[in-house]
Design a protein around this ligand. Structure first.
Ligand code: 3PY
Ligand code: ZN
Length: 633
């Protein structure tokens, strides 16, 4: 590397080099790290094969996983224009008018985001998406959109998958140029769990749109609309669609539960229209919108607002398809659904079956059922590789109407309970969750407010205290931080505010109570300062993607980047190899870039030497290679 630096130096090339150049040109000693990706990946594979991936929960496959057959469009199929082409041609406003006038029921495929977030803790890797992506672009160009980003994926990609979320967006965009991409955006909480300054929220939206995002579904976890403003306004400066969102909770059919009534939702919708939404989303994150409620709500919204309506629900109850079909009859414009083998339970209803149910009716979706069934076969074969995370209940449950937990939280909280040895007390946990909701004044529960209810629930259950006994505890009890933050106004205000008595009891005089929009308390971020701070931490120049990831999740990003520097980009590994390493004699093909493939076979793992070091041998494109791995056992 030193010689390379000398030869490439401008002074040397200009023929001005003298012997003093070495002393006077310190940059000759700045060596670029060698981009030896093969060695780094072998180190990773060796390490996971010996020490396990800390995030694979100790799961050991009994043999290699079946190889899924990747659906392919017939040779010569040209990629037809789709919704994205139309959006770019018409612009957001005219595009939305087109949606509203369309006779077909339009469909959003959530397989790449909410389905796996709700079924297996958001662990789906870009690798598995990219393999099927070209088929989706070619065989179902008439999907309305693909939800493939946002929500918990941003955090999880870096934290557990060691992937760059921006790279996922760019790679999928290249593979699917024709269908609108959609993301879930948590208003002033962006893709995180806390409030971010307005300029961070707005800048993130613009960076995502530049990188290919087309539809921003923007919600607030308490339906506190001032929290949506910065994000909604930022979308107006891009080509993209601003989907203003109503989070649905309660039951509009139950006249006794009148806090979240039809009127409440219609008013919210009108406000969102005023705030500049191009489309409206009914976000039924827990799957509580019963079939008759869907008819009533969609009809009312179609009558009272001029925007297209997008219905999002979860199948936790097992009957959400009835709500979707009722919505379709009442004139809903778009619905969310997941590919058959990734649907049901805490995920979305079954896209394939909805398409079949509507064939030869007025709302025929005109999607190719055969193609959708081929995607389903693919995902059915892929899904077992995620087995340790795939813990969603295998059947529908009416318990959801009691606890009202969002699909994405249900499996997580159950896991958490299991890990704390409280698995058998699940019914009590579900009941307590409902009681905590009442204690908080009956709030909307969705990330991050749902997490606060979950935190309080686990706090009470582990202490053996009932929600009704909270007032018997002293004010200075060490309540979960998230509870103190939310009750003191850190997330904004629910309709009617939080119960005053509870706020006083829990917050006491230890925190300031804030009633204004949380964004007003947050100072704007200086991006160049953040970039410098980041560059110091990662010891290399940072690009814009890096800075945005860092602003969302500072420590998670830095840890991820250290992993990336040490092992290179591990998203190129097949999923079984990423999570479980290689079994003896197992061979995988790793495409590190187009046309550059590493055929890698694990040949031998030696016994540890006296320092606990094992030599792991591979055959790499036919050549022997080995790496030394410290056995942590
Ligand atoms: C998220 O915020 O991640 C959600 O999926 C909420 O439903
Ligand atoms: Zn959802």
């Amino acid at each position: 590397p030193f010689l390379e630096n000398v030869i490439n130096h401008p002074e040397f090339r200009a023929g001005n080099a003298t012997t003093r150049m070495i002393d006077t040109t310190p940059e000759l000693f700045h060596f670029k790290p060698r981009r030896d990706r093969a060695t780094k990946l072998l180190r990773y594979l060796g390490d996971v094969s010996v020490n396990e991936n800390p995030y694979a929960k100790g799961f050991k496959p009994s043999g290699p996983f079946p190889t899924p057959r990747v659906p392919k469009a017939p040779r010569g199929t040209e990629i037809q224009k789709g919704s994205r082409d139309l959006l770019l041609e018409l612009g957001a406003t005219k595009f939305s008018e087109w949606v509203r006038n369309e006779k077909r029921l339009l469909l959003t495929d959530t397989t790449f985001r909410d389905a796996h977030q709700s079924l297996f803790a958001t662990r789906m890797r870009t690798y598995d998406m990219l393999r099927v992506a070209p088929a989706v672009a070619a065989m179902t160009p008439n999907l309305f959109s693909m939800e493939m980003w946002g929500g918990a994926t941003f955090d999880t990609a870096m934290r557990f998958l060691r992937e760059d979320p921006w790279q996922r967006l760019t790679q999928l965009r290249e593979a699917i140029p024709n269908i609108c991409f959609q993301m879930l955006f948590r208003g002033s909480n962006a893709v995180g769990y806390t409030n971010y300054p307005d300029n961070v929220v707005a800048g993130f939206i613009k960076h995502a749109a530049t990188n290919g995002m087309d539809i921003f579904r923007i919600f607030d976890s308490l339906n506190y609309l001032p929290n949506l403003k910065a994000a909604m306004e930022a979308v107006q400066d891009t080509h993209a669609i601003c989907e203003g969102t109503i989070c649905y909770t309660g039951d509009i059919l139950d006249e006794k539960r009148d806090k979240y009534s039809l009127k409440y939702y219609v008013n919210l919708a009108k406000e969102l229209e005023q705030m500049g939404a191009h489309m409206l989303c009914i976000k039924d994150m827990a799957g509580l919108c019963r079939p008759a409620a869907a008819s009533k709500l969609v009809s009312a919204l179609r009558d009272e607002v001029g925007l297209p309506i997008h219905f999002h629900t979860h199948d936790t109850s097992g009957i959400s398809a009835a709500s979707v079909l009722n919505g379709a009859h009442a004139g809903v414009d778009i619905v969310d659904a997941a590919i058959a083998s990734m649907s049901g339970g805490t995920s979305q209803p079954n896209l394939n079956s909805i398409v079949a149910a509507l064939q030869h009716t007025e709302r025929d979706t005109e999607l190719d059922l055969d193609a959708l069934n081929r995607y389903s076969d693919y995902w059915e074969r892929v899904r077992p590789v995620y087995k340790p995370f795939d813990t969603a209940p295998p059947h529908g449950t009416a318990e959801v109407y009691l606890h009202e937990m969002p699909g994405g939280q249900f499996t997580n909280l159950k896991e958490q309970a299991e890990a704390m040895g409280l698995g058998r007390r699940w019914p009590e946990i579900a009941r307590t969750y409902a009681d905590v909701n009442d204690l908080f004044g009956d709030i909307v529960k969705v990330t991050p407010s749902s997490k606060v209810v979950g935190d309080m629930t686990m706090f009470l259950v582990t202490k053996g205290i009932k929600a009704s006994e909270v007032y018997d505890l002293p004010s200075n009890t060490p309540w979960p931080e998230s509870v103190i933050d939310m009750l003191s106004g850190g997330l904004g205000q629910p309709p009617g505010g939080f119960p005053q008595k509870l706020v006083e009891h829990i917050c006491g005089d230890r925190v300031e109570i804030r009633t204004k929009r949380p964004g007003e308390y947050a100072a704007a971020v200086d991006f160049e300062k953040s970039r410098k701070e980041l560059e110091k931490r990662i010891e290399r120049p940072a690009n814009d993607d890096d800075v945005w990831s860092y602003l969302m999740y500072p420590d998670v990003f830095v840890t991820f980047d250290q992993h990336r520097q040490k092992y290179s980009d591990v998203s190129v590994l097949p999923t079984s190899a990423y999570f479980y390493g290689l079994l003896p004699d197992e061979e995988v093909s790793i495409e590190i870039e187009q046309g550059k493939t590493l055929i890698t076979r694990l040949t031998h793992v030696r016994e540890p030497d006296e320092h606990g070091i094992r030599t792991v041998s591979f055959e790499l494109n036919g050549l022997e290679r080995s790496v030394e791995i410290a056995d942590k056992a």
